[in-house]
Design a binder for this molecule. Structure first.
Ligand code: ZN
Length: 80
C-alpha cells in the first residue's frame, strides 16, 4: 500500500477499512484532522513522521465515521 492509497481509503473507504488503517511505511498509527471551515485535511504517521496534506474538498469518510480529528487504527470495544 502507498500513502496515495491511504488517502483514498480515508476519503472513500468503508468504516472497517478506515478503522484498520496503518502507516504503509512503518505500521504506525495515523492521526488525521479535517477542518470543515477551510476545508482542509491533513494526516500524519505518529511513528515515522510522514505527513500529507489532502485535497480538502468534500468531507472525507473518516471524519464522518470517527470525527474531524482522530487516530487510526481505531481501538474501541465496538465490533464490526
Ligand atoms: Zn509511519
Amino acid at each position: 500500500m502507498s500513502w496515495d492509497e491511504v488517502e483514498d481509503i480515508l476519503y472513500d473507504g468503508t468504516e472497517k477499512d478506515i478503522r484498520n488503517l496503518v502507516c504503509p511505511i512503518c505500521g504506525g498509527n495515523i492521526a488525521y484532522e479535517y477542518t470543515e471551515e477551510v476545508p482542509a485535511f491533513s494526516y500524519s504517521c505518529q511513528k515515522c513522521g510522514h505527513i500529507s496534506r489532502g485535497q480538502g474538498g468534500p468531507k472525507p469518510n473518516c471524519a464522518a465515521y470517527f470525527g474531524n480529528k482522530a487516530m487510526v487504527p481505531v481501538k474501541t470495544a465496538k465490533a464490526i
